[in-house]
Design a protein around this ligand. Structure first.
Ligand SMILES: Cc1ncc(COP(=O)(O)O)c(C=O)c1O
Length: 421
């Protein structure tokens, strides 16, 4: 019989196999200094384009003051226990009321982490007779939530309404047999490519099909819509999202997440969300910190205005220089290039060491083989000078990618890894 660990030792997985080349640099890098547009990497200043602190809240003095005062008053533990048992406070309730109000829903409920929260939400919303129909490009937390489902599930082609309709037909037939209902899941903004989910078109299908809609708006909350209430507000259909989800880990620069929906649904979820019933309540630092962040979100539209000034400068600048930034309709700015993984590594190293630009690379298996995705997250803290420096650097690295410089530089790595370049 095989030892359980034999497979793990032999096969480290599609990303793990790069660990010896990548760890500490491309993955698990250590960025130091205050969270901002410029931080230190291995002792050198870099312009950071890979931090989801969209509104620049992480390092705002007003916010750090509240975080510090709350830590001094409550410590990191308070309140102890799960919400239901001993971890409930007036401040948790207050934050829920204010969040519900902000995203135009009757009620809301806090989650400790977005990932576990959405997993558990999907689990709680469906029974084995229900059918889930979800976008094939969904974030891992949605895919993992669907994995818990004991009934049928269908994927639809990313943002493809015809494909969704086809799958709703199938799901409707099946639900008629099982006696269950249908849950459709999309994202407000797809975090890799930056496209908004086609929420308006999806909710229009409610006239033809009977389903409920869950939207993960991790990247839309705080960045999209007239007031920053997210992709539903941006597309004018917030009322038709049945269960709205967002995390605090991005524009709120914190930890935690929340759901918002009609009161009856939230009341049900409060008693059935296993990730909250069997886990410790969100600590006060994040709850009082969340209240302060929400206050800033509401009262300082200039944070969002500056964010969008930077987003537009970066995206327009890239397009003017002929870069392929796909079909983003959000702050997430992907730059698509062609090349192998070793070439991508050489390119990112050049960007970091010689141009002082820090951005994340995304490669196969997250995107198709032979493609390199440089994923950039503009924030409020960036300056137009950061954008100009970055655009020049990108033009230079594209030339070097095209003239084979990175192929040459990465040949040894590629050979060592048995990769073709
Ligand atoms: C689309 C999406 N959903 C959910 C999450 C998970 O949120 P959290 O970091 O709060 O667990 C993320 C974070 O990466 C995300 O991008």
């Amino acid at each position: 019989m095989k030892d359980l660990f034999a497979r793990i030792i032999e096969n480290k997985g599609p990303l793990g196999k790069w660990a010896s080349q990548a760890e500490g640099y491309f993955v698990f890098p250590k960025l130091e200094g205050p969270i901002s547009n410029r931080m230190k990497f291995q002792g050198k200043e870099v312009i950071t384009w890979s931090i989801n602190d969209y509104l620049g809240m992480a390092n705002l003095p007003e916010i750090k003051k509240v975080d510090g005062e709350t830590a001094a008053e409550y410590g990191a533990a308070y309140p102890m226990g799960a919400r239901m048992m001993s971890g409930h406070t007036d401040f948790h309730e207050q934050l829920e009321e204010e969040l519900a109000d902000f995203v135009h829903k009757e009620s809301s409920y806090l989650l400790n982490f977005g990932y576990q929260g959405i997993l558990s939400t999907i689990d709680a919303l469906v029974s084995k007779d229900d059918i889930i129909v979800y976008d094939v490009d969904s974030h891992a937390c949605i895919i993992d939530g669907v994995r818990l489902h004991m009934g049928k599930r269908f994927t639809f082609v990313h943002n493809d309404i015809e494909s969704l309709k086809k799958n709703l037909e199938r799901a409707t037939k099946m639900a008629e047999q099982t006696g269950g209902g249908i849950l459709v899941i999309s994202e407000g903004v797809f975090g890799m490519r930056g496209e908004q989910g086609k929420l308006k078109e999806i909710v229009a299908l409610k006239k033809e099909y009977n389903f409920r809609l869950l939207v993960d708006d991790a990247h839309g909350f705080g960045t999209l819509g007239k007031t920053g209430a997210g992709a539903g507000e941006e597309q004018g259909i917030q009322d038709d999202i049945d269960v709205y989800f967002a995390t605090f880990a991005k524009s709120m620069a914190g930890i935690g997440a929340f759901l918002a929906a009609d009161k009856g649904i939230i009341d049900y979820l409060k008693y059935n969300l296993r990730s909250q019933m069997f886990a410790k309540s969100l600590p006060m630092i994040y709850v009082k910190g969340g209240l302060k962040r929400l206050d800033m979100l509401r009262s300082k539209p200039e944070l969002r205005e500056k964010l969008w000034e930077n987003v537009n400068a970066l995206q327009n600048g890239l397009k003017e220089r002929g870069f392929d930034i796909g079909t983003t309709t959000s702050c997430v700015t992907p730059v698509y290039l062609n090349g192998s993984i070793p070439e991508a590594m050489a390119l990112v190293k050049d960007l970091r060491e010689n141009y002082g630009i820090f951005c994340s690379i995304v490669v196969y298996p997250v995107i198709p083989k032979g493609m390199i995705l440089l994923r950039m997250i503009p924030t409020t803290t960036h300056t137009l000078e950061d954008v100009a420096v970055t655009l020049d650097a990108f033009s230079a690295i594209r030339d070097r990618l095209q003239n084979g410089t990175y192929k040459r530089l990465s040949a040894a790595v590629a050979a060592a890894m048995g990769e073709k370049v």
